[in-house]
Design a protein around this ligand. Structure first.
Ligand code: GAP
Length: 438
């Protein structure tokens, strides 16, 4: 499909999914604001993640740690030293690019070629991508710290607190969803690489045992891939990719990415990392606190190993949007899984100027709103209203017409098949529930 990304970016802005950050002031590169529909989509995504990763499991708890942490955390975690991206700089216009962003480098070279210039690049330099900030009120006495570069460390520094305040036994996991910040050299591809983004992570603590840890690693790899598939992403657009040894992050001894095939190539959506004892050992070393686990049954004391699943909420939202976008039969339709769709249904009175229809429709709308996110639309003809709801992924449209007043039933139109069905008002809630959770 031509210009798919342009179409998605435009739809996102026009319909209130995603806007450029600080737009009225000329924007701030790499930042994005979510509008009413984007906010619902992200909320639904996070809710689905939390439900399957925490609520439905007996071995995982959730936390919500501070974005700001003592700067020693970042020394211990290795980020002040190792959280670096290699970049090259154009000697003509001093623009900088990550060396793995081959496409952007090529585009830049082509820009110069058009001006009959030859782009020349500096040798790769290392650039720390932690975002620095200063805390304190007195100028000159402010302390430098960082906005967290990954949400992970807020879990590991609380390892003992969580153990001492719960009855968890190894193996167990701690989940968290929250913002992370990176001074990305080349933010781009819409929200794909942003400066500020949200992560959803699980840190799963296991015994320091090769076989046991690999068993858990394989389990989480599979579980995470299934999660995307169960929410409707096309199977052939997803794949695993193993990190080469020289590509591994400083904390990882093994890493596989779940990748999605975007219009700008296969791109990372989520990383599954074997972090070994890196985090807890380093925090023990730097804080001087005991970070070990004592196994009451075997009487062993050890530093657990960590299997991590680390996904981006914004990336997942973007990939679900790309995957859902369809142009067919003269309409644009977002075939989002009903669990993710911002609205589960839209309610329409057939005619706006018939008070008896509007009154009945409004009653149904208010009733359904108690259980689901529901849209209301009474403008223009029904065809236009369908078109408008298709474009934002609303799975069902409910029309209240003159028959409704007589028979207490409504027309329910399915977004994907466009087929219509009469359903009793008293059965509507159950019907929608069943369809959404199918
Ligand atoms: N705790 C491990 C960790 O942070 P990562 O592979 O650097 O691992 C995990 O990041 C996920 O966070 C990525 O798979 C991606 O979904 C998301 N992410 C990372 N950098 C991002 C950025 N600049 N913009 C949007 N999402 C990003």
């Amino acid at each position: 499909m031509d210009n798919l990304m342009e179409k998605i970016v435009s739809l996102c802005k026009r319909r209130g999914f995603i806007y450029p950050g600080s737009e009225i002031y000329g924007g701030l590169r790499g930042t994005w604001d979510y509008g009413p529909l984007g906010n619902e989509l992200k909320f639904n995504l996070k809710q689905e993640w939390w439900k399957t990763m925490v609520r439905e499991r007996e071995d995982v708890v959730g936390v919500s740690a501070s974005i700001l942490m003592n700067s020693k955390v970042w020394e211990a975690s290795g980020h002040t030293q190792n959280f670096v991206d290699p970049l090259v700089e154009c000697k003509i216009c001093h623009q900088r690019f990550r060396i793995d962003e081959k496409e952007q480098i090529k585009n830049h070279e082509e820009l110069h070629e058009k001006k009959k210039e030859k782009a020349e690049w500096t040798e790769p330099k290392k650039f720390n991508i932690l975002v620095e900030t200063k805390l304190g009120v007195v100028e000159g006495e402010k302390n430098i710290t960082y906005l967290r570069g990954e949400i992970t460390q807020g879990v590991h520094v609380n390892f003992k607190n969580i153990l001492n305040s719960s009855r968890l036994k190894i193996p167990f996991g701690v989940a968290q969803i929250g913002k992370a910040f990176r001074n990305e050299i080349t933010p781009g591809n819409f929200t794909y690489r942003s400066i500020e983004f949200e992560q959803m992570e699980l840190q799963y603590y296991v015994r320091p045992d090769e076989k046991e840890s690999m068993k858990q690693y394989d389990f989480w790899k599979k579980t995470r891939m299934e999660w995307y598939k169960n929410l409707g992403i096309k199977k052939d657009k997803l794949r695993f990719r193993e990190h080469a040894k020289d590509e591994l992050a400083h904390y990882a001894c093994a890493a596989w990415d779940i990748e999605y095939e975007t219009p700008f190539g296969w791109k990372e959506c989520e990383g599954i990392h074997h972090r070994g004892d890196w985090d807890l050992s380093r925090h023990e070393q730097y804080s001087g606190q005991d970070m070990s686990y004592f196994d009451e049954e075997t009487k062993e004391k050890f530093i657990p190993w960590v299997i991590e699943t680390s996904g981006g909420v914004d990336r997942a939202a973007l990939f679900f949007l790309i995957d859902a976008y369809h142009e067919e039969a003269g309409r644009v339709v977002l075939k989002l899984h009903p669990k993710l769709a911002p609205y589960k249904a839209a309610v329409f009175p057939l005619l706006k100027n018939k008070p008896e229809l509007v009154k009945k429709a409004w009653k149904i709308y208010q009733e359904l709103k108690k259980s689901f996110e529901i849209a209301w639309d009474d403008r223009g003809n029904i065809g236009k209203r369908y078109f408008s709801q298709d474009e934002i992924g609303t799975p069902f449209c409910i029309t209240i017409d003159f028959d409704t007043l007589e028979k207490d039933d409504v027309t329910v139109r399915d977004r994907d098949t466009m087929k219509q069905k009469r359903i009793k008002i008293s059965e509507l809630k159950d019907y929608l529930e069943e369809k959404i959770n199918a």
